[in-house]
Design a protein around this ligand. Structure first.
Ligand code: ATP
Ligand code: MG
Length: 478
C-alpha cells in the first residue's frame, strides 16, 4: 500500500483524482488547505510515499509548501499540480526539486503513470476513469515566457532544472523563437541571479572586437585600444554570460572560449596575465551547429562542451495554441507604453493570426501587434491594422519561397547519398524517374491524409480533379 498526501482545495477535482487509483494499492489522505501540511509530513514521514500539491491554495502557495517539505525530507517525491498553466510556476517547481509539474485538466494517463513512477510502481495498478474537469485561467507578467503549449511547458520545466546547476546550456531554434528570453530565465532562476548577466552577439563584431568584448584588452593591444578594457567574462565572474549567435565565432575565438569552459581562465588581448573567471555560459544559435561542424567551421570539442544541456525552441507555427496568449500578452505590454486601451481583437484578425505561419516567429508576432496597436483607430484591433495582412500578397509570396527553399534542401539531402546509384540505374531518365516518384509519393500521402477524398486532396494539392484522377490511374495508387 502506498500512502499519498493530496493537498488541493477543490473537492471535486480531488475526489475524481483519488477515484483514478486502485484503493487496494493507494491510500490517499486529503487536506483542503496547506496549513497542516508540514506537520502532517513530519508526523507521517516514515510511511508517506508521495505528496501532491496544488499551487493555488486558500491560505498559502503550494510552491512554498514544496520548499518546506523539501527541508523536512529532500527525498520525498512531490508532484506539483497547477490549475492554470504558468511557465513561471513550472520553472520554480522544478528548480525547487518537484518530482513533476502537471497541469489541470489532467491528461489522465500521464497523471497515473507519474504517480505510479513516483511511488515505484509499474503501469498496472490503476483504475481508469474520466478526467477531472477544471478551468483554465491565464496569468502573465511582463518578462514571463508566455505560452500554454506542451512544448513551452516542457521548456519551462527544463529551465527550472538546469537553473539549479552550473551546466553550460545551448539553446537552438529559428530566429525570434525566444532563445534570449530563455537564457535570461535560466539566469533569473539560478543561484547566480544576483550577479552580473551579460550578452554578447558573436555575429555582430569583427574577430578582434569580439575577443576584446569577451576577454578585454590592455591599452594599446590593437589600433584604437586607447584604454585598458575589462571583458565580459571577467565582468560576469560568478554570474552568467550569454553568447548569442555562437556559430558565427571564428575558429580562433572558439579555441579561447573552449579554454574558458575547460579551465575557467584566459588572457586579455595584448596581456600576459592569466585571469580566472567563473562565469556560467549559455549559448544560442539559429544555425545548425552540426552542419557548421561538417563544414569545418565549428569545433567539435566546443560543441560538446556547450551542449551539456540543449534546449530546442520550436517555431511558433508548431505551437499555434500559444498565438492568442502571446497576442494578449503583447497587447497588455504595449497598452502601457503606448498609453492605449486596446482590449479586443476582431474575430477576423484572430483567425488570420492563428492561420499565419509566422516565419519570423514570436518576434514577428510581437512587431505586428505593436504596429497594429499604433495603427488602431478603435479599442479593437482589426485585421487591416496588422502590417502582415495589409501587404498580404507580397508577404505570402515571400513566405512560400522560403518554404520551397526548405523543401529543396530536404530533397538535396535525400538525393545526395543515392545520387551515384540513381544516375547509374536510370539509363538517362533520372529526371523523369525522380519526378514521377516524388509525384506518386505526394499524391499517395495526400489521399491517405484525406481518407481518399479526392475533392479535398485535389484542393489541397492545388491540381484539378481530372489531373488527380489521371495520376491515380497512371501510378496505380489505391
Ligand atoms: N514565449 C514568449 N513569451 C513572451 N515573449 C516572447 C516569447 N518568445 C519570444 N518573445 C519575445 O519575442 C522577441 C524575440 O525573442 P528573442 O529575442 O528571445 O528571440 P531569439 O530566439 O533570441 O531570436 P534571434 O535568433 O533572432 O536572436 C522578444 O521581444 C521576446 O521578448
Ligand atoms: Mg536572440
Amino acid at each position: 500500500m502506498k500512502n499519498v498526501l493530496l493537498v488541493d482545495d477543490d473537492l471535486e477535482v480531488s475526489n475524481s483524482l483519488i477515484d483514478l487509483f486502485d484503493p487496494e494499492r493507494y491510500s490517499f489522505h486529503h487536506l483542503e488547505d496547506g496549513q497542516g501540511t508540514s506537520d502532517y509530513v513530519s508526523e507521517h514521514l516514515d510511511n508517506l510515499d508521495l505528496v501532491m500539491l496544488d499551487v493555488n491554495l486558500p491560505s498559502c502557495s503550494g510552491l512554498d509548501l514544496l520548499k518546506n517539505i523539501k527541508k523536512i525530507n529532500q527525498n520525498l517525491p512531490v508532484i506539483v499540480i497547477s490549475g492554470f498553466i504558468s511557465t513561471e510556476n513550472a520553472m520554480e517547481a522544478m528548480r525547487e526539486g518537484a518530482y513533476e509539474y502537471l497541469t489541470k485538466p489532467f491528461e489522465v494517463n500521464r497523471l497515473i503513470e507519474t504517480v505510479n513512477k513516483a511511488c515505484g510502481f509499474g503501469r498496472d495498478h490503476v483504475k481508469q476513469g474520466s478526467p477531472p474537469d477544471t478551468t483554465f485561467e491565464e496569468d502573465v507578467s511582463p518578462d514571463e515566457i508566455v505560452g500554454q503549449s506542451p512544448e513551452i511547458v516542457e521548456i519551462a520545466k527544463l529551465i527550472g532544472q538546469v537553473a539549479k546547476t552550473d551546466a553550460a546550456v545551448l539553446i537552438f531554434g529559428e530566429s525570434g523563437t525566444g532563445k534570449e528570453l530563455v537564457a535570461h530565465a535560466i539566469h533569473r532562476n539560478s543561484r547566480r541571479r544576483n550577479k552580473m548577466s551579460l550578452s554578447v552577439n558573436c555575429a555582430a563584431l569583427s574577430d578582434t572586437l569580439l575577443e576584446s568584448e569577451l576577454f578585454g584588452h590592455e591599452k594599446g593591444a590593437f589600433t584604437g585600444a586607447y584604454f585598458k578594457r575589462i571583458g565580459k567574462f571577467e565582468q560576469c565572474d560568478q554570474g552568467t554570460i550569454f553568447l548569442d549567435e555562437v556559430a558565427d565565432m571564428s575558429m580562433l575565438t572558439q579555441g579561447k572560449v573552449l579554454r574558458v569552459l575547460q579551465e575557467k581562465e584566459f588572457e586579455r588581448l595584448g596581456g600576459n596575465d592569466t585571469i580566472k573567471a567563473d562565469s556560467r555560459i549559455i549559448a544560442a544559435t539559429n544555425k545548425s551547429l552540426v552542419q557548421c561542424m561538417k563544414e569545418g567551421a565549428f569545433r567539435v570539442d566546443l560543441f560538446y562542451r556547450l551542449k551539456v544541456v540543449s534546449i530546442y525552441m520550436p517555431p511558433l507555427r508548431e505551437r499555434k495554441e500559444d498565438v492568442s496568449l502571446l497576442v494578449d500578452h503583447f497587447i497588455k505590454k504595449y497598452n502601457k507604453s503606448l498609453d492605449k486601451n486596446i482590449h479586443t481583437v476582431s474575430n477576423k484578425a484572430k483567425n488570420l493570426l492563428n492561420k499565419f505561419i509566422w516565419p519570423g516567429n514570436v518576434r514577428e508576432l510581437e512587431n505586428n501587434v505593436h504596429t497594429a496597436m499604433v495603427m488602431a483607430k478603435t479599442e479593437t484591433l482589426q485585421a487591416e491594422d496588422f502590417p502582415i495582412f495589409n501587404e498580404n500578397n507580397a508577404k505570402v509570396e515571400i513566405d512560400l519561397e522560403g518554404l520551397q527553399d526548405d523543401y529543396t534542401t530536404m530533397f538535396e539531402r535525400l538525393i545526395d547519398p543515392i545520387f551515384p546509384k540513381l544516375v547509374a540505374n536510370a539509363e538517362g531518365r533520372a529526371y523523369h524517374m525522380m519526378q514521377s516518384a516524388m509525384e506518386k509519393a505526394l499524391i499517395a500521402a495526400c489521399l491517405k491524409h484525406y481518407n481518399s477524398n479526392q475533392v479535398k486532396a485535389s484542393e489541397m494539392l492545388g491540381i484539378s480533379r481530372n489531373t488527380l484522377r489521371d495520376r491515380i490511374s497512371r501510378y496505380g495508387i489505391y
